[in-house]
Write a protein that binds this ligand. Sequence first.
Ligand SMILES: N[C@@H](CCC(=O)N[C@@H](CS)C(=O)NCC(=O)O)C(=O)O
Length: 335
Amino acid sequence: MDMGLLVDGEWRDVWYETTSTGGRFVRKDSAFRHWVTADGAAGPSGEGGFKAEPGRYHLYVSLACPWAHRTLILRALKGLEDAISVSVVHWRMLEEGWTFTQGPGTVPDTVNGAHALYQVYLAADAHYTGRVTVPVLWDKQRRTIVNNESSEIIRMLNTAFDGVGATPGDYYPVALRPEIVALNSRIYDTVNNGVYKAGFATTQAAYEEAVAPLFNTLDWLDERLASRRFLTGDHVTEADIRLFTTLVRFDAVYVGHFKCNIRRIADYPNLSAYLRDLFQLPGVAATVNLEHIKRHYYESHRSINPTGIVPVGPALDFAAPHGRDRVSSANPLPV
Ligand SMILES: N[C@@H](CCC(=O)N[C@@H](CS)C(=O)NCC(=O)O)C(=O)O
């Protein structure tokens, strides 16, 4: 079987277990939950001692992964490319999980010199038990994992480095937090994780149970975006970035590989223009690698696609004019 996890520091090669949950894929919580903060004080969870300093932290990402992709976008929008270094794993995730095997678009692990990502988890905790996932935020000073939960890493990048050179811009403004949290909650459950629930289901019922709410939410979002340029209005927030990383993969991967095929994003006038608008924000296009995205899913999930053949299409042009300034001509970036 492909893919695996660590059990008390030992690598095991096993696929997701779905028999105990009626064929449903149930995502596990992330393990490392410390926070980088401006002054090094403890954040909402974990321990203190992780002060925001340029050059101190390193991100391990996959360009294929929608969760890791969130962190790369915040890093770009906040101008943190020089402050936070990055390693990019190989797109194919098989017996050893994520590895630093080199190929087009990969970046080796110059920090820990690991061959496989599980070695980075072991460097932080020699007895770690759990999944070995991207993204990982690593502290070069204390030589440990700060956090491996993307929703928390993007919140840190949003504000922690503002006093040490980050580009201004608040993607989680206090006044919009209740609305952002509500949007995130529905979009996470039915869209971001919804495509995985559909694609990794091992019974017809579990699959159908995921596909219906996924398309209900996409229909609802398309309508909402008729009168709003972004989910909460004139400016981009983290809710848009979290939705973007699923939308940009949708027609290339989720429609076919995960059987989310009632409609394509291209069939939704507002959602597809909104997707192009986000793609064209400064720095965002450079974070999108459709080769890694397509090859990861189609080559890694051998129980879904045993031949590993990667579809040639679809033809996509996210750089085409979006026309969203007709909805709002304000500067899309927050202040
Ligand atoms: N809740 C985590 C999820 C991360 C995640 O599941 N990443 C996937 C790649 S898209 C992964 O590394 N999977 C490997 C595994 O589960 O073994 C986050 O948002 O950071």
